[in-house]
Design a protein around this ligand. Sequence first.
Ligand SMILES: [Zn+2]
Length: 369
Amino acid sequence: MLLGEPGRTDFDLHFRCCGIPVRVHPGFWAIAALISMPAGREPLPVLGFALAVFLSILIHELGHALAFRQCGIQSHIVLYHFGGLAIPDSISSYVGSSSNYSSRSKIFVTAMGPGIQMLSAILLVLVLRGFGKTDGFLTRAVGIPASWTADPIGTLTDIKSIDGAILPYYPISAFPEEHHQVLKLADSNADQLITPAELVNYEAELEAPGQFAMPLWETVERSPAGLYVDRDILERLTDNRRDVLLVADRGEDQLILWSDVEDSLRQEVTVQNEFLRTFSFGFIQVGLFWALLNLIPVYPLDGGQIMRELFVLSGTRGAVEKSLKLSVACGVITGLIGMRFEMTFLGIMFFLLAYSSYQTLQRMQGRYF
Ligand SMILES: [Zn+2]
């Protein structure tokens, strides 16, 4: 983005990264703190999230700056209240080399920011997976199955696919009242839950095959039931599927509830350290979700810049104007989608960006037509 660089302050933080000067304006910490607030009430998770925002945005700008350097342009990085900027050191070197600094180079420089940022997030997903952990963002927030990112055992679906492993149970209260008496006798572990096995066993005890087990079962079959794991399959399993089931097992005569199996596995694949957990969540959320948003072809986001250069490269007339029109359209559509999914802040931001593209378009048309 070629927005104005914020003025220097006494509270600026200066350092170099990969030989590139970095300046952190105090406004950056304010916005990082604001974004990190929802991470929790304790300072540790908030700090973890803020560190993730800082690192991810720094990596993004480093991507731009290193690509600039590749094109022979020195630049520096500024992090401030609107995120980050990679700014060419002197306009003359930027403009002077503009003949060499082609549309292709511009696309390269622009794409390297979100590109490296996304790569770093994917790398963290893989590292976590290496430790058998899930990131929490892709699995919980986006809803990608844990087995795709970090379910170390591949388990839940594996167990579920074993024939007859998962069975329904019903609370006694789900059956018609006149049968409650019999059901209490059949409820061998007195947990007020009836399983098919209990009914059949009770029937066998009374030597009354076909008397009531099936008909009784049919009275509840359509109503919602919980699921439990048939203990018999434990003997057939030797791998870590067995361990997962044993962890969820409440012991003597209690059912291994399927919900407990899911909970214990979720526990196992979650990063236990609170700081690391919010850091990973934040780093992957910012590195994937924000980086993707940044690629939407809306000015002055990276996606808008790339789209403009693509129009220029394609050689169509009025390339800049066309990219601005696309920017207005995509800004409005993304704004509406944001509102639809109750991401109000995001929605408003894209409406404002669309409006600013519209204003630029008006100014251009006023000047040229
Ligand atoms: Zn960028």
